[in-house]
Design a protein around this ligand. Structure first.
Ligand SMILES: Nc1nc2c(ncn2[C@@H]2O[C@H](COP(=O)(O)OP(=O)(O)OP(=O)(O)O)[C@@H](O)[C@H]2O)c(=O)[nH]1
Ligand SMILES: [Mg+2]
Length: 460
């Protein structure tokens, strides 16, 4: 039963640290009555009269039960994460204590927070726009320098400010058009069309940079599925081990050693490659298990972002490679040809193979040219440029809206070129502003917000 709240002003509570035993646990409470309700079980002083951004040590007690000795942090609205009154209780990290305190707070009228609800409230209270709120989840999920940097940049308003400068330019453009509309009866072209065109071109090119950054953004966020494919005994497992710098996969000179796929993560310059070692592909192996492995290899080949096609340079003819390249090209597979066993190569193969694109010759066993291979992997996945300092679009929702924005901007441009009346141009500009609003959350629906925030963890 609620002792303190009506539904409208409910206060939410959740454990913000991971569930389980730890040195300390942090329980977060946010809402109009957050301070009052914690105060009702805090025994050492009256939290309602302490200043914001202060810490207080004391016992939490309900009836005759001492719940724990805790440190309470007080943040008063609007200067808190959610924009509401927030209390963070740092308690001892016992799972029992944490859940007991939360249960008591719920008995006193708090409601258990939904995933991401603290951040959702921050958004609803105007503390963050949607790009910043989404970046909070990305920051929590970040696992490399690059993913940390891009998320941090967005969370601190980097993407927001790029979008607001686009928005300002659009508004400037639209005000020029409207000026022209106001004077339309006077039969003069009040606004110079060339300057309008230069503004719209600038907008298109700025947006294009954002769209272009998504290739990198996607790779930073999701990693790159990289399948090592080739005939048996070409050294696929040896290559996996060499890149990982550990003996992960069994290597032997028996063809058909690898039966099942093996997946491991390799970090090159902050990009995570999901390396997949596969069973060597050959016809009629006669072994059922090996054939199943080969089927899996073919499947991985089709779904991978990059296929490393490994071949033994001493046993592979140029004609054979040409067939492979044609086949990959036809299937639209992003591939890199990797000639292995350079250390025992008797003839100089480099000249013969020089006509092939995306080729690197290595020795997996003797660690020759593996850095060149790493560079090629980066080049193939992100075009070689990993600049996480500038704004990088990592979110598919943003990317889709930017694509629509691009279409609308181009419609404005075509309209200008065909001298369409200003009121029609205005409509297209409004459409552009709409797509910007979708990204930042100025235009959104409850369902969309629920969908976005449901991906967060509880307590954030
Ligand atoms: N000389 C030389 N031998 C290599 C090199 N790479 C792999 N080998 C040898 O080639 C043999 C096969 O290596 P694996 O890594 O097991 O080959 P694989 O492609 O995984 O073979 P399957 O799993 O059967 O498809 C082993 O004897 C390796 O030591 C290399 O760069 N140079
Ligand atoms: Mg193998």
């Amino acid at each position: 039963m609620s002792r303190y709240f009506s539904d409208k002003y409910d206060s939410i509570v959740a454990l913000s640290t991971p569930v389980g035993i730890g040195a300390i646990g942090v329980i977060r409470v946010s809402g109009e009555n957050a301070i009052t309700v914690v105060n009702s079980i805090f025994t050492s002083k009256d939290l309602r009269s302490v200043p914001s951004h202060t810490l207080h040590v004391g016992l939490l007690k309900i009836d005759f039960e001492i719940l724990d000795e805790v440190v309470v942090s007080i943040f008063k609205n609007p200067h808190s994460y959610t924009g509401e009154d927030v209390v963070e209780i740092s308690c001892h990290g016992s799972a029992f204590i944490q859940s007991r305190i939360i249960n008591v707070l719920v008995e006193l009228g708090c409601r258990l927070a939904k995933p991401g609800e603290f951040t959702q409230r921050a958004f609803l209270n105007g503390k963050l726009d949607l790009t910043q709120a989404e970046a909070v989840a990305d920051l929590i999920a970040s696992n490399t320098n690059a993913s940390r940097n891009t998320a941090m940049n967005s969370m601190r308003g980097g993407f927001k400010s790029v979008l607001s400068s686009l928005r300002e330019k659009l508004l400037f453009f639209s005000s020029m058009i409207e000026l022209e509309l106001d004077f339309s009866t006077e039969d003069v072209e009040f606004v110079d069309r060339t300057s309008l065109e230069s503004v719209i071109n600038e907008l298109i090119s700025n947006n294009y940079k954002l769209l272009n950054s998504f290739k990198l953004g996607n790779v930073i966020k999701n990693g790159v599925q990289t399948a090592i494919i080739g005939k048996p005994n070409t050294g696929k497992s040896t290559l996996l081990n060499a890149l990982l710098n550990e003996n992960r996969a069994i290597v032997s000179d028996i063809a058909g050693t690898t039966r099942d796929t093996i997946e491991e993560i390799l970090n090159i310059d902050s990009i995570l490659f999901r390396l997949i070692d596969t069973a060597g592909i050959r016809d009629n192996s006669g072994d059922i298990i090996e054939n199943l492995g080969i089927e899996k290899s073919l499947e991985k080949m089709k779904t991978a972002d990059i296929v490393l096609y490994l071949f033994d340079i001493n046993k592979t003819s140029v004609e054979e490679l040409k067939i492979v390249v044609d086949d990959f090209t036809q299937q639209g597979i992003n591939f890199l040809l990797v000639g292995n066993k350079l250390d025992i190569s008797v003839e100089n193969k480099e000249a013969a193979l020089s006509g092939f694109p995306n080729l690197v010759l290595i020795s997996a066993k003797e660690d020759q040219n593996l850095n060149e291979l790493r560079d090629k992997l980066i080049e193939l996945s992100v075009g070689g440029d990993i600049n996480t300092e500038s704004t990088v679009v990592t979110n598919i929702r943003h990317y889709e809206a930017l694509k629509e924005l691009d279409k609308s901007l181009k419609e404005v441009k075509t309209g200008l070129e065909h001298n369409v009346p200003g009121d029609l141009l205005s409509l297209d500009i409004r459409q552009c502003l709409y797509y910007l609003g979708l990204i930042t959350g100025e235009i959104t629906s409850e369902e969309q917000l629920d969908m976005i925030f449901s991906k967060f963890c509880i307590g954030k």
